[in-house]
Write a protein that binds this ligand. Structure first.
Ligand SMILES: CC(C)(COP(=O)(O)OP(=O)(O)OC[C@H]1O[C@@H](n2cnc3c(N)ncnc32)[C@H](O)[C@@H]1OP(=O)(O)O)[C@@H](O)C(=O)NCCC(=O)NCCS
Length: 152
């Protein structure tokens, strides 16, 4: 069974390894490698509300949250390369959306249009594209999507 819990200091190496994997980094806005020291500093300074995704007792990935205004929040998720394609991201997002849709009017995310696995997953979960002009990040089209309650 999938479960979510807040990230603790002990999880930072696990997160850093997934985050720095080229297959993950290439799908993020900041594609640079981040050292474990930087990650530790960021965690201490920002106290981010991130979640570890576990399958049973096994950590399989993490959920990122940012831009929390109290009314809107940005989410994202990265799964360990060897754990992909097993339904973990879909289950974790569903869990988080159930939790957040009570408290936030707007749940949103950014995704590269050519990240077809993630883009299609978000559509299946009920996210729709917003924004009028195409936005380029790292020379690729970066799309903002918002969770639509109507599709839920
Ligand atoms: C995108 C990502 C989070 C998806 O996580 P995941 O746990 O592998 O996804 P799931 O197993 O829950 O699969 C979700 C859907 O994608 C499909 N999918 C997963 N891997 C796939 C693959 N390699 N090829 C085609 N479809 C795939 C699944 O079939 C599923 O669709 P379904 O519900 O219709 O069956 C993961 O691939 C990842 O971490 N990628 C690198 C970082 C990244 O892109 N993060 C998101 C940035 S916005």
């Amino acid at each position: 069974m999938i479960s979510l819990r807040r990230v603790s200091e002990d999880d930072l190496k696990f997160i850093n390894d997934i985050r720095n994997d080229p297959t993950t980094r290439s799908q993020l806005e900041n594609i640079e490698i981040i050292s474990l020291e930087e990650t530790n500093k960021w965690f201490k300074e920002k106290s981010p509300v991130w979640f570890i995704i576990s399958w049973g007792s096994n950590r399989v990935g993490y959920i990122r949250t940012s831009h929390d205004t109290g009314n809107s929040i940005c989410i994202g998720c990265d799964i360990a390369p060897e754990q992909r394609g097993k339904g973990y991201a879909k289950a974790a997002y569903r869990c988080l959306i159930q939790l957040y849709k009570k408290d936030y009017s707007v749940i949103w995310l950014d995704v590269y249009r050519d990240n077809t696995i993630a883009y299609n997953l978000y559509k299946k979960l009920g996210f729709i594209e917003v924004g009028s002009a195409p936005r380029l990040v790292n020379n690729k089209e970066y799309v903002t999507m918002v969770y639509s309650r109507i599709d839920a």
